[in-house]
Design a protein around this ligand. Structure first.
Ligand SMILES: [Zn+2]
Length: 414
């Protein structure tokens, strides 16, 4: 991609209405556009990061045997009436009072809708277990939407739902989802802590969260410094400095960001919709369910909170919008430009992801500042100086050292 043609430009000034690092850096870097408080549009750079994370999630969730679907964003009253959740005050009316009275909200959750769908296709124990997920926008009227992508009024989630013939089968699946979640977050560069949590309004039993330690986090967890056993403050009786209930380690109080969650739903939804299956003895039984979420925007926001310095974002390679940032410093003559174009074409033809700073109206200082802000992991600089040695200069975003590499050698090895 040529930076001169990129839709979305870097901003010099920090947006005054944003307090969190993720919102400030993502807006300044041209990744997102703020439509309203807690509502953002993804620009091409941001959408590339989003798609990388979505791909990691799809690979790991598909490996569980779950199948991707896509449910409607508009949810009719009859679905939420079944569980008494129509009047939950986090919902947005679909379009003013008129539509609400007609009976639609913008979906803030999809358990009811999927249970209603499952009702049509689950009849026998042979149909179980079954799992489906979607990656879709959710809408919640969030009064505290001021942490950028960490807490939105519209946000995109991966929500996975599983259906089982027994509690033990749900437990087996729950453990498998947990393992996949570790893999997903590891691949995104995030170290997560599996945390025991309360059910909130979603379920009555204990749930689990994947938490990332961060000073900006709105959650508080008590975590063992040795074995990483953790409990959310909401339910915990632990205190800072306590002995860990699982080992001889010490408990520490930490702020954290919840990036994923797991809910054993039991029969809450199958009771509401009378979702039953016929067991091997020919008897009817309620289907047992679980649901499992990951906020994609929140994952992006968390990565930025964890990986940035005072100059900008430092993307882990797995989720970076591009692998290489090729920067041409054209001081005089056309030779630098010619060589840069050649390298760009070579990398592009090889299918490597390159953002090419071909802008003629920017100084070297401006190009470097933008590169630091955007945070692509590998920087390639070509200038008169490097060209005089038939070389390019390579620098990693998270390292200060630079190295010269012969152009021919770089092209051959990349
Ligand atoms: Zn411990």
């Amino acid at each position: 991609m040529r930076q001169s043609q990129l839709f979305g430009k870097t901003l010099r000034e920090t947006p005054k209405d944003e307090v969190s690092a993720n919102a400030q850096l993502l807006e300044r870097g041209g990744f997102i556009f703020k439509n309203s408080a807690g509502i953002y549009s993804y620009l091409p750079l941001g959408w590339r990061v989003f798609e990388k994370i979505a791909r990691i999630i799809r690979e790991e969730i598909n490996a569980l045997g779950a199948q991707e679907i896509f449910m409607s964003a508009l949810v009719e009253k009859k679905y939420l009436d079944a569980t008494g959740r129509w009047d939950v005050d986090i919902s947005f009316e679909a379009r003013g009072k008129k539509e609400k009275s007609a009976g639609f909200v913008l979906g803030w959750t999809h358990e009811e809708v999927l249970t209603a769908i499952a009702l049509k296709y689950i009849n026998s124990y042979k149909d179980l277990p079954l799992a489906a997920y979607q990656i879709q926008a959710k809408f919640r009227n969030e009064p505290r939407a001021k942490s950028g992508l960490l807490r939105g009024r519209e946000f995109i989630m991966k929500d996975l739902y599983s259906f089982h013939s027994s509690e033990s089968d749900l437990e087996r699946y729950y453990e498998k989802v947990k393992e996949q979640y570790y893999k997903i977050f590891n691949r995104c560069g995030l170290k997560t802590i599996y945390t025991l949590a309360a059910g909130g309004i979603f379920t009555s039993s204990n749930t689990h969260e994947f938490q990332v330690l961060s000073p900006i986090g709105e959650d508080t967890i008590f975590v063992c410094s040795k074995c990483e056993y953790a409990e959310n403050k909401e339910i915990s009786k632990l205190k800072d400095g306590d002995k860990c209930p699982q080992c001889d380690g010490k408990i520490k109080k930490e702020n954290s960001i919840e990036v994923g969650n797991l809910f054993p739903l039991g029969t809450k939804y199958s009771d509401a919709f009378n979702l039953q299956f016929t067991n091997q003895k020919g008897e009817k039984e309620r289907v047992i369910m679980g649901s499992y979420g990951i906020g994609l925007g929140r994952t992006i926001g968390t990565i930025v909170e964890v990986y940035h310095d005072d100059k900008g974002i430092i993307w882990p390679e797995s989720v970076a919008p591009y692998k290489f940032h090729l920067i041409e410093l054209e001081s005089s003559g056309q030779e630098v430009k010619k060589q840069a174009e050649k390298i760009y074409k070579t990398l592009f033809d090889k299918g490597l992801e390159v953002l090419y700073d071909d802008r003629d109206d920017k100084t070297a200082g401006e190009k470097f500042a933008d590169a630091d802000l955007i945070g692509i992991p590998n920087r390639i600089i070509i200038s008169e100086k490097t060209l005089s040695k038939n070389s390019i200069e390579i620098k990693k975003r998270n390292e200060s050292k630079t190295s010269l590499i012969q152009i021919s050698k770089f092209v051959k090895n990349s």
